[in-house]
Design a protein around this ligand. Sequence first.
Ligand SMILES: [Zn+2]
Length: 193
Amino acid sequence: MQTLRITHYGEPILTQKGEAIEQFDDNLRNLADQMLHTMYEANGIGLAAQQIDQAKRMCVVDVLFEDGPPSFNYKLDGRVPPADLFMPMALVNPEIKSFGEKTEPYEEGCLSFPDIRGDVIRPTEIVVEYQDLDGAPHSLECDGILARCIQHEIDHLDGVLFIDRMDHKTLGTIKTVVKKLKKQTLKKMSSEK
Ligand SMILES: [Zn+2]
């Protein structure tokens, strides 16, 4: 399986909106497989198409990294199937339909920002509608790490990054390393031209 190159902060693709996916074929399935493989290799729990240099509306998620029962609540199409039946997930053309009222901070990381972490305040519960790799529509209600991860990944599909969601205080503590990363990325991009 091919490991794809993960794009880093400073590359313009990361601020691009993804195009809706219309073809549900083997190419899409292969892309999802490669994205999952790349995500696991990098020890991530989510990866969006922009992070492998494609402006498409698809992300992959697997938050079952701990043994034991899942730490989050969920309802998939009104039912509660075992989480490992639908995880890992590929969410195609996902849209968040509603957010819960409660919000909380949580320290997030991002594969496009190696070794950089910071608190992001987000709603704790969401309802997301998406299509699977066969194009079938689903509705997922969830909270905890699953809701957190899906919100982070869907932001990527809209060209929004976790630093855009941080408050000034948090951003202040990581500003220097973020700037350094951008500089490195731009330097690398110009040397590859
Ligand atoms: Zn990310």
